[in-house]
Design a binder for this molecule. Sequence first.
Ligand code: F6R
Length: 623
Amino acid sequence: MSLASMTAVMCSIIGYIGDKDVAQILIDGLERLEYRGYDSAGIAGLKGDSFTILKRLGRVKNLSDAVEQSMNFGNSGIGHTRWATHGGVSEKNAHPHVSFGGIFTLVHNGVVENYESIKTFLDERGYEFYSDTDTEVLVNLIEYHYRKEQDGGDKFLRSVQKALLHVRGTYGIAVLCKYNICEIVVARKSSPLLIGIGENEMFIASDACAIAAHTKNVVYLNDGELALLTKSDFSITTMKNEKIDAVRCKLDWRMEDVSLGEYEHFMLKEIYEQPLSLANAMRGRFSDDLSTAKFGGLQLSPRELRQIDRIVFCACGTAWHACLVAEYLIERYARIPVEVEYASEFRYRNAPLEKNTLVFIISQSGETLDSFAAMQEAKRKGYMTLAITNVIGSTIARESDGGIYQHSGPEIGVASTKAFTAQLCIVAMLALLLGRLRDMSFDEGTSFVQALVNLPQKISQVLDSGDRIRAIAEKYAHHEHMLFLGRQLMFPIALEGALKLKEISYIHSEGYPAAEMKHGPIALISDKCPCVFLATQSDILQKTISNIQEVRARGARVLVVSSEGNEIPRKCADDLIVIPDTHAALQPILTTIPLQLFAYYIAKARGCEIDKPRNLAKSVTVE
Ligand code: F6R
């Protein structure tokens, strides 16, 4: 099996053991997890000593439609949705996979890096393979060890432990053994997995949203841990069978958070949740005199914060855009030099870091593999690493030295919206905190805090113009190319506007610093390539207007997003969206909102699958 045909997966896992019909529980869970990956889906149930397995290509709906009355999946089972990174999307590659002797079935999230040598080893011992996946190699390795182990005791668990000792790579797995109808074994390394504890029933999931409807009592597995579950109990061990004490947590999610309610798409719901998610990001985080911010989780005293000479921010995608905003804000208000790195570059770049450098990771999911690896690299070098994450108990949150939770609530839409604005809010508050520890005056601090307090109300005002933004968006929906342009703090927002549009509508769109356009991108300008200008900053308004005129002169249609009080000459804009004025540090947040709606309504007009755009998955847990 060559690397090209390996079927590494980035996907999701669900499992159940109890007294209920397992098929419905697995399928409900997979539907909630589908935003993580949706190339194929499958479930396996164990009844008596035989597995019932069903797999379908495409959406979970195809799987649930295929379940027939006559099928009996029993009361314990595992399920999976798959997002293929290498190799084909096919039913034979879909999970669950069954071992050659039929003793085990397994679902897997991750990559077995040394699958080739394991496969050769098993080939030589007569094992045959039906799929192109590394996962099938893993399930067979477990069977190989099972056959070698002494009978009795915890033979099932021991064979999984033994097999995993030989595996290089990443995994979250759930395994059924046909001789142990009352047990499921799970294990994790660099791939999230949690146990949900119910009344005489246990759940397994790679993401809490899959089981939040059933239980709020959970245990997050740590790297290198396995768990043996029965319907009434569970025990956690290391690969070497050392016992681990479980740390129980409570999920703070409500069912409304993971349901569509009155909305057609999660993306729209999450856009409209922003007044609340921003209020939640700020709650309890201002000093009593309302002149600065405070974050309990930073684990750094004011004195230590003052000693920071440099901050490096690392992230991927939308979260990386939040890092760019952090750079502008922290440098402007706290005068601390900031560098922004793509996590995927930083992890291999061996960047020289100065003494007193703080490394900040921003990640909504807290599970993005590149961001986690960047964090590990900084930790390895002995730097303090902090994280801004949304998902409590996520890998990055747990492995960082401290951090700030976003409290955005679950973000289900694949395109990040409310999590991004919460990240912007937190980095603005961080700039305020660090600024107040240095040169920012009390008066500047209180007006900054006041602007933050007023922000949710201003976001609601922007959201109230949703119908107008929809009408404008529909005029642009037929274009195949678009540029987003902004200066200074609006440059990262131009990048974010372009990313939102391209990922959900498949329109080719790019963001640039407005003045950079003359150095190349202007060659693209024509009546077929409209431009979206972000002209919300009054101090550089005239410069932005000059850039607008440059593209108008070349026939481009122009949409301008501006703030109240900014004079935009009529001839500059074919379409104009005016948002409320706010503190300069918070303009990125308000300016983002119309761009989210613009992208959403364009994608809707084009009939795109907004919550599950092609080729994408919510949390990227492979390289
Ligand atoms: C885009 C988007 C992605 C994520 C990126 C990082 O809308 O959602 O670009 O921002 O994959 O994900 P997290 O923040 O979970 O690390």
